[in-house]
Design a protein around this ligand. Sequence first.
Ligand SMILES: [Zn+2]
Length: 563
Amino acid sequence: MSDEAQRAKDLLRTLAHKGFKRDRSETKAYRYTGGLKAAGRDVSVSITFPDLEFTRLPELILLNPEQEAPHVVAHLTASGGFCFARNEDLILDRYDVGGTALMCLELARRGLERALTHKHLEQEIAQEFPQHWLGMPFYYDIAATDHIHATLYYVPRNREPNLVLLTDRVDVLKRLVSDEAARRNVIASSRPAFVFCSNTDLTFGRDHRQPLTLAAFIAWLESVLPNTGKRAITELAGRFPDHLVSLFVNAPNGCVGILVDASLPILRGAQRQQGLERIAMANAATIGVQRYSGTRVDLPFIFRRNLNSHPPLTDKRIALVGCGTIGSHLAKFLVQSGAGHDDGTLLLLDNQTLEPGNVGRHYLGTTSIGDSKPGALKAEILRQFPETNILPMTADAVGFLETLAGYDLIVDATGEEALSMTINHHFVAHRYDHETAPDVLHVRLFGNGAAAQALLVDGPNFACFKCLKPDHSGNWRFSPLKSGVSAAQMVAACGEGQYIAYGVAAPVMAAALALQLILDWKNGTPTPRMRTIRIEKKDTQEVADKNPDRSPRCPVCGNHQAE
Ligand SMILES: [Zn+2]
């Protein structure tokens, strides 16, 4: 017997034992029908396993919800399914077909029990309210903290207007549509909306469920925001005779709304706005609505969501010196972490143009060959994050350091030892002279991309960059390279200069190392200030991450006192 046949047999035997029967009318999947006992009721369900690999959860459908589970409003899906667990929360065991099937049935039964008894249900619904609303998807960014007029934009993707954006500021549209001409088209086809603001979480009380009609929506709205029903009708008709206004509610736990079809014959009879209001009010129970369930697209959500305890870099002034292999990837990482947004600035400084030889390990591609690195990097990042505040500067870093004194953080990704020493000297000396200076992070590769090391210099208590190599002809104190290993210089064409060969992996790892240290710096937890990654094990040795001590022989800070 084949593995698949054996698994199908195991599944059938297990489910038959629970009174389930295979539904042979479903030929593409394994569908069984039967009953689950929950809250003293028998609930008829079907359970469908899309395949026997168990990579996805089976789908549970209530076969007779009106009679057997009339009060179930939570965890329903738009296609009539009952969501008993989330795919990402539950990993099925491919090697235990029977046990896995029984576990799914039991989870489904417990979910139904909770839904039928309403125990803790309002909080459970509130946790993921827009999902429970069972609406069409839309994105929203609403700044107002009061009821406000807003706009629905239909954003084209794959040549169809299939993204819906709700916002109270037209600038937000730039986030999804960077091209100005395309934005004008989207604005021309926009629709009016009205957003009620709720300071408390949205949920369904015992008497409410997903509204199908205007009357049901208004009844639910009144349960959330008392005395707003009449306002809702007034706003709905407020753009007579051009459009019906869509109605939304924005709350701490999400945003949902409804659209009313303006072509309904009963609504088209109105001669005046007041007439439309009267007709809508009188016929609210028969006027169908299309529900919409929102997903946040605001910048705090975008930049905070994945950072957990780390605050994003949105309010920092960061200067990235060196837009080469490490710097180009790091620039993108920084912007992804919020740099250059809100009050923040990201300055990109480099004096080189992109050459064909750079492309194999740079963030930019062949279409940027011949472009200034900072300018092309800005253009590429703005294509993805159009709201970023980036200052590109095509200049030699040495003549520019004085103007960087007002920044919060200087990132030295030049990878040139002499230039790094100059940057270090300038800002360490500046700190001793002025008692304040930007913090400086140096990041670089050792050997042929064999290891990456980052060092944060943020005060006199620990090593500066020169402390790591106090003697010009001496060794690095914390070198990850085994002795005898050095960077193999490749002989290059005349005029191009020698170069060190390594692929894109090494600079991306160095950029990632630097980013994590920068996020920890922003979080106020920069220890350990020196961090090393071994990329090629055979040429490298372990270097412990630590706050490195200063060298008494350092010509920059050797004579100064620690704090
Ligand atoms: Zn030093």
